[in-house]
Design a protein around this ligand. Structure first.
Ligand code: SF4
Length: 271
């Protein structure tokens, strides 16, 4: 899933994409996704791609862009929508199924007892457990039904925030990879929106009228992980006021790692 905790509100924060008309915004997002797909070799002829649809803005943007890419691409690949139903009483995936049907994209809802698990094991960090469980359900479904890729809607802001969260709170230098194949080679996760800014995706979902489906989790906005992420997000926004290209510089940095100038003795010195 892209972001199970997507805010239901479609209110637009101030941002560079705020006044961009839809055709220009679509062009910019498609161009960035196209470059990302090419650079990281994300999609090949014959791929059967499972698209994680939480009903949040990012997942709608992902579906929209991949569907547009599929129609224009010189190669053939298939898209299948999948939504995990975490069992929170307020979560209703019906609108997601309706949009997929209108677009002619096959869609499945997979029940996953996340609500019960979160309540039964409060000693385990619920958000970490929730995302592990969602991933597990997606991986199993992909394997069972012959989907060779799983597309998730994480974007550039997610990558940057994860990079900083890992450094500030986890003592490691790592972010979400744009392409990752599981150790047994059975699943490949792709993040085609990894070079797109969140504010662009929010505006795209809003301009195209996608219904934002609240996940219904009682912990939304209240978990430790979420408050840390909000802290890091605020820091990035504040820095960006004086460093407008901050996000793209950080993207460049993530692709330009000088291991010889870090302190991890296990790494070979690549310069
Ligand atoms: S806030 Fe709820 S839905 Fe979101 S990651 Fe945490 S447990 Fe999962």
């Amino acid at each position: 899933m892209s972001n199970p905790c997507a805010l239901p509100s479609l209110a637009l924060p101030p941002g560079r994409s705020e006044f961009l008309a839809l055709p220009k915004l679509e062009e910019r997002i498609r161009r960035r996704v196209g470059v990302c797909v090419h650079e990281f070799n994300l999609i090949q002829d014959g791929d059967r791609i499972l698209v994680g649809l939480s009903g949040g803005k990012d997942s709608w943007a992902l579906l929209d862009v991949l569907e547009s890419l599929r129609r224009r691409a010189p190669i053939a690949f298939e898209l299948f929508g999948v939504t995990i139903d975490p069992g929170f009483p307020r979560f209703n995936p019906d609108r997601i199924a309706e949009v997929c049907e209108a677009k002619g994209i096959p869609h499945r809802i997979l029940p996953a007892p996340i609500d019960t698990m979160v309540r039964k094991r409060p000693e385990v960090t619920p958000c970490a457990m929730c995302s592990r469980f969602r991933r597990g359900v997606l991986y199993s479904h992909a394997k069972e039904h012959g989907y060779n890729k799983i597309a998730l809607g994480h974007h550039l802001d997610d990558l940057i925030e994860t990079l900083l969260l890992n450094q500030f709170f986890g003592g490691r230098l790592a972010t979400m990879p744009i392409k990752l194949t599981s150790d047994d080679g059975g699943n490949t996760v792709i993040r085609p929106l990894g070079t797109c800014e969140e504010e662009d995706l929010r505006r795209l979902a809003w301009l195209k009228g996608y219904p934002i489906v609240p996940c219904g989790c009682p912990l939304c906005g209240a978990s430790v992980l979420e408050s840390r992420r909000a802290q890091v997000k605020a820091l990035v926004a504040q820095l960006r006021e004086t460093i407008p290209d901050l996000k793209f510089s950080m993207l460049k940095a993530m692709k330009n790692v000088k291991t010889s100038h870090l302190l991890d003795g296990r790494l070979p010195p690549i310069t």
